[in-house]
Design a protein around this ligand. Structure first.
Ligand code: SF4
Length: 304
């Protein structure tokens, strides 16, 4: 099992940047999709069925954007008031970049839009209840990190925040903004954090000391401490997961795996477990296993 760093910041992943041995790529979100439900992976990664952003996802993206910008301010200015002041301008920026977000509210529904901004500001209060950003200087924010494992598989994704202590210890922080029951998503969230820990270990040679889930709605912190043996096992799991994805792709066989998470799935209408029929399997998916590496992974906060 070998690994090498590929890209360590927000560079673009031009095909030339991918080592020639790499045959495929996987993001933590898509790997978690396959683990959750192989058919969900197919709908999102192979069929690429559109998913209309939900209010909850948009709120997550907005809160992540505000928290990212908050650390642009001088430390003393990182107050709840400053965070609140960032909400509306960040929302305007997101809507300019992704005009479909404007469709979340009916035209003229100023009250709905205002309530949405208020709910985002309330989540930010949850953040200030558990952390004081005036005492933090993150090393990375919304950074795209990647590594090659097993010579052939590029793994990559955006981490929300990376803190580096004076002694070099790493803490990976993931903001959770969703309103869904935490127990329904915690395993998926930890899986994603271990994914980032694996990339950091393989690229920097340091096992992160802490993987931190920061639940803004509940104003709670969940810390997890990985070790090298666990990350080695996790690496094997990720490679095995990819092999299972390859086999399923070759057989065009992605089965539904119903669970509580179906309540949050956008594709019930195409799912046999809900009486639906999947679309014909797209043949182009087989010819470009690196397609995922040529497009951006899920943006921070948009996949909770
Ligand atoms: S509805 Fe459930 S079983 Fe069907 S694709 Fe979605 S997550 Fe999978």
């Amino acid at each position: 099992m070998t690994a090498e760093p590929v890209i360590d910041a927000q560079d673009s992943l031009a095909p030339a940047a991918v080592p020639p041995t790499v045959r495929a790529s996987l993001s933590p979100s898509r790997a978690a999709d396959f683990k959750t439900c192989p058919l969900l992976y197919r709908f999102r990664s192979i069929d690429r069925l559109p998913e209309r952003p939900t209010v909850e996802q948009a709120r997550g993206t907005l809160v992540h954007a505000v928290l990212e910008r908050l650390f642009d301010l001088p430390a003393a200015a990182r107050t709840p008031e400053s965070a609140g002041d960032l909400v509306a301008p960040q929302w305007d920026r997101l809507v300019t970049e992704e005009p479909e977000l404007a469709g979340l509210f009916a035209e003229g529904d100023a009250a709905g839009a205002a309530e949405f901004l208020r709910s985002a500001a309330a989540l930010l209060q949850g953040y200030f209840a558990v952390e004081d950003p005036r005492r933090l200087e993150p090393a990375e924010r919304e950074a795209l990190i990647s590594a090659v494992v097993d010579d052939e598989l590029l793994i990559r994704g955006y981490l929300d925040r990376l803190d580096v202590a004076p002694d070099g210890a790493l803490r990976v922080v993931d903001y959770k903004t969703g309103g869904a029951p935490r127990e329904a998503f915690e395993a998926r969230a930890l899986f994603q954090l271990k994914f980032y820990a694996l990339v950091l270990w393989r690229t920097r040679g340091v096992v992160p000391r802490v993987l931190r889930l920061l639940y803004l709605k509940d104003a709670e912190i969940c810390d997890y401490t990985p070790d090298a043996e666990e990350l080695l096992r996790f690496e094997r799991t990720v490679v095995a997961l990819w092999q299972a994805i390859e086999q399923a792709t070759a057989r065009q066989d992605f089965r539904p795996r119903p669970s509580r998470l179906c309540d949050w799935c956008s594709h019930q209408a195409h799912c046999p477990s809900f009486g639906g029929t999947p679309p014909p399997f797209p043949t182009t998916a087989i010819t470009d296993p690196l397609r995922d590496a040529r497009s951006g992974p899920v943006a921070p906060g948009a996949d909770e």
